[in-house]
Design a binder for this molecule. Structure first.
Ligand code: SAM
Length: 156
């Protein structure tokens, strides 16, 4: 398998801030590319009424997340796709809620430019999209972390 990112979960307490920054609205379609244990897509569906798609390569995480989604009764709103995110179409997305490095974001930029509709919001924790100008930036200090880290918001 070709993993471009390690699994480092977004701190739980900053997830609502990311989703608020991206102005996630009910029934909008939120994607997380590299969804890990599904915490971003679950929060988007459970707390913001969105529909959400998580894309994850690591099968252990895919299974764990699907189990949680079933147990929470969110199966109608959250889908977890076990694929390389490079191979998943983003044409229907309203929001991308991500925790990816600038290296990976840079690899994905041509895909974003090609597939994302105008007005799509991208929110990413900790790392900027190289060469893109953020619409907004916020500094947050997750519980247990020593110093503030940025959240970046982009509008396509
Ligand atoms: C930094 S973690 C973020 C996890 C989750 N989005 C979160 O915020 O908690 C990145 C995730 O991307 C997954 N990943 C790495 N490369 C991938 C790829 N090419 N396609 C799909 N998932 C990938 C990793 O397995 C990992 O779970």
């Amino acid at each position: 398998m070709n993993y471009t990112e390690p699994h480092i979960p977004t701190p739980e307490d900053i997830i609502p801030q990311m989703l608020r920054m991206a102005s996630v609205k009910p029934d909008e379609l939120v994607y997380d590319l590299g969804s890990g244990d599904g915490r971003l897509v679950i929060a988007a569906a459970r707390d913001f009424g969105a529909r959400a798609v998580g894309v994850e390569l690591r099968m252990r995480l895919v299974k764990e997340c699907r189990r949680k989604v079933r147990e929470m009764g969110l199966a109608g709103r959250v889908k977890i796709t076990s694929k390389n995110f490079k191979r998943v179409s983003l044409r229907k997305a309203d929001v991308l809620a991500l925790y990816l490095s600038s290296y990976t974001l840079n690899l994905l930029t041509p895909k974003f430019t090609k597939e994302l509709r105008s007005g799509v919001r991208i929110v990413n924790f900790d790392y900027p999209v190289p060469d893109w100008k953020p619409t907004r930036e916020a500094e947050v200090t997750p519980v247990g972390w020593k110093k503030p880290h940025p959240i970046y918001l982009y509008e396509v």
